[in-house]
Write a protein that binds this ligand. Structure first.
Ligand SMILES: [Zn+2]
Length: 410
């Protein structure tokens, strides 16, 4: 039987606003780069809050902080919640932070009610989710899931040449535990959507079913530079004209498959008003929540580039740059989030995540799902990022219900 516990959205909001002053910017955002002094201060705050609730705070060698509240059955692995407290250089007050503080609010609610769960409950603050100071992103959860080694994580440098390992030691957050040694039964992550869909449709909760697959390519179309005034149209090998046709076709491919295609960087050479561009270099980012569909999109994009190049008597290259497969979430975890929205009578829809999250890596090692709440205009990675107290509260309540449902499941 599930207890009827209610989180305190005002208390959650106060925590969001209180911690927003650590690295707070004049424009109302947060600058709290991973492993900076601001990161240390918010970590210290987080540790104090968790310890005050009787949690034990474990820190692993990757600096991931895992606060554990004991359950009745000490042989069981914890059911975990979490996200990240680091931000972009001009980040907002909610990205990542809502997941950690929403989890903390769940812990406070359990503590206040004196509610004893069967399994231990854990709350994680992952190291360097954003990848803003040290690339790549989501490194703490990646080490946790065995995707990167500790040595790889330690070796990455920031733009000043400081290694991630040095920065971790400098703020005193390299713990003794091996990442992943404290396995989780399941992991739930609350996060703002970072896109416009929920707000646009007037939905309160996004039941996240997975994270999209992402493929990146660097491409080139190679025609021939020639004089803009003396080369008749029929004689041109115009790389930019070929590019334009391919780009239009690629957009259509994404629309046909219900996926996404972005050409984010384009450069035409040699770059003179009266020279027909002989060379165009560009990036291509394609995404879909189903790997099979994504593969088809990529095949068609290659054909589009090939055909456009041929029409303009140009050569072309398409080189893979990054390949991250789609990560579907666990059916049981998804069902528990859905059931929570039904119990609470919240307007909700299924959604896939367009962005990467720590949950992408935890999903490789334990049953995982996510809960999204709307953010104003879908804006994120921006100091103006905003979400309402009510929506943050609903998200934390769904998180609580999902965790408790997982705890009592037969
Ligand atoms: Zn985030």
């Amino acid at each position: 039987m599930l207890a009827n516990l209610t989180i305190d959205s005002g208390r959650l909001w106060d925590m969001l606003m209180e911690t927003a002053t650590i690295g707070g910017t004049p424009k109302g955002g947060i600058r709290r780069l991973s492993l900076s002094d601001e990161d240390r201060r918010v970590r210290d705050w987080f540790r104090r809050e968790c310890e005050a609730l009787g949690c034990t705070v474990h820190v692993d060698t990757a600096g991931n902080m895992v606060a554990v509240r004991p359950g009745k059955d000490r042989t069981k692995k914890p059911i975990a919640m979490g996200s990240h407290l680091d931000t972009q250089p001009t980040g907002g007050k909610f990205d990542g932070i809502l997941g950690v503080l929403g989890g903390l609010e769940v812990m406070k609610t359990l503590h206040q009610a004196g509610y004893e769960t069967n399994s231990p409950i854990a709350l994680v603050n992952w190291t360097n989710e954003e990848g803003a100071r040290f690339s790549p992103s989501m490194v703490g959860s990646a080490v946790y899931a065995g995707v990167y080694s500790q040595a790889q994580m330690d070796a990455y440098k920031d733009k000043d040449g400081v290694t991630q390992g040095e920065a971790l030691d400098a703020i005193g957050y390299r713990g003794p535990e091996k990442p992943g040694s404290l396995g989780f039964q399941a992991y739930f992550e609350l996060h703002i959507e970072q896109g416009p869909i929920l707000e646009e449709e007037g939905q309160t909760i996004g039941i996240v079913t997975g994270i999209q697959g992402i493929k990146w390519f660097t491409c080139a179309i190679l025609g021939r530079e020639s004089h803009a005034g003396t080369t008749p149209m029929a004689y041109r090998r115009d790389a930019l004209a070929a590019f334009a046709e391919a780009a239009t076709e690629i957009r259509k491919i994404a629309l046909d498959h219900g996926g996404l295609a972005t050409i984010g960087i384009v450069s035409a050479h040699p770059g003179s008003p009266n020279i027909i561009p002989g060379e165009v270099r560009f990036t291509l980012d394609m995404r879909h929540h189903q790997d099979a569909e994504l593969k088809q999109m990529v095949t068609k994009a290659r054909v589009a580039i090939a055909e456009a190049s041929t029409r303009h008597d140009a050569a072309y290259t398409v080189e893979p740059l990054q390949d991250s497969p789609a990560q579907p979430f666990d059916e049981t975890c998804i069902a528990m989030v859905r059931a929570a929205t039904e119990k609470l009578g919240l307007k909700a829809r299924e959604i896939t995540s367009g962005a990467g999250h720590d949950a992408m890596y935890t999903a490789r090692v334990c049953p995982t799902s996510m809960i999204f709440v709307p953010c104003a205009e879908g804006l994120s990675h921006n100091e103006a990022e905003s979400a309402t107290q009510a929506d943050c509260g609903h998200g934390a309540q769904v998180l609580l219900e999902a965790v408790l449902a997982y705890d009592v499941r037969g």
